[in-house]
Design a protein around this ligand. Structure first.
Ligand SMILES: [Zn+2]
Length: 60
């Protein structure tokens, strides 16, 4: 692994409360990404990706 890709979260994603995993396509809530560090399929070993959320702070 080691390769990192950034995905900008849109207002629509926020309203849905999560995103489809770019690896396996399973829907995963933002809270699960923070808690699990991956999509729901990653828990059962069915997705090799690690996911994390960044909050970008500007103007500090
Ligand atoms: Zn996945």
């Amino acid at each position: 692994m080691g390769e990192k890709r950034r995905i900008r979260i849109t207002e629509g994603d926020v309203m849905e409360g999560g995103i489809n995993c770019p690896g396996c396509g399973s829907y995963t809530a933002f809270g699960d990404i923070v808690a699990i560090g991956g999509c729901r399929a990653a828990v059962s070993g069915n997705c090799p990706l690690e996911l994390e959320l960044d909050l970008v702070v500007r103007g500090a």
